[in-house]
Design a protein around this ligand. Structure first.
Ligand SMILES: [Fe+2]
Length: 112
């Protein structure tokens, strides 16, 4: 995905979504960079820093994904269908399997 606009005259909403998607791409790339470097680093202190930084990038990515989920209802639907489930991901995507996990529905919450 390019971080450049491909269409002129975008709405403010589309510009915001583009910014979030471009930022998410950058955060995911940063996760990959840190993960690769940590995988090869032999100095324990530097390795710990690289892992810490990688995990910080995961928080950044998750924050952007959550913003996008709220901004894009179809993405919200896909995430609700596929995330935090067990079993076959492809079967879940095809709607051919009941989620093996409990999901996050309110019906699964136990109040004590
Ligand atoms: Fe970041």
């Amino acid at each position: 995905m390019s971080s450049a606009f491909i269409e002129p005259g975008l709405s403010a909403e589309a510009v915001g979504v583009h910014r979030a998607l471009a930022s998410l791409q950058e955060e995911l790339e940063a996760i990959d960079y840190y993960h690769q470097r940590a995988d090869r680093e032999e100095d324990p202190e530097l390795n710990a820093i690289l892992i810490h930084n990688r995990n910080d990038e995961m928080e950044h990515a998750a924050m952007l994904l959550e913003w996008l989920r709220r901004a894009l209802p179809p993405l919200d639907g896909q995430l609700r269908k596929l995330l935090f489930r067990s079993g076959s991901i492809t079967a879940l995507a095809a709607g051919k399997a009941e989620a093996g996990g409990k999901g996050l529905g309110l019906g699964n919450l136990k109040l004590s």
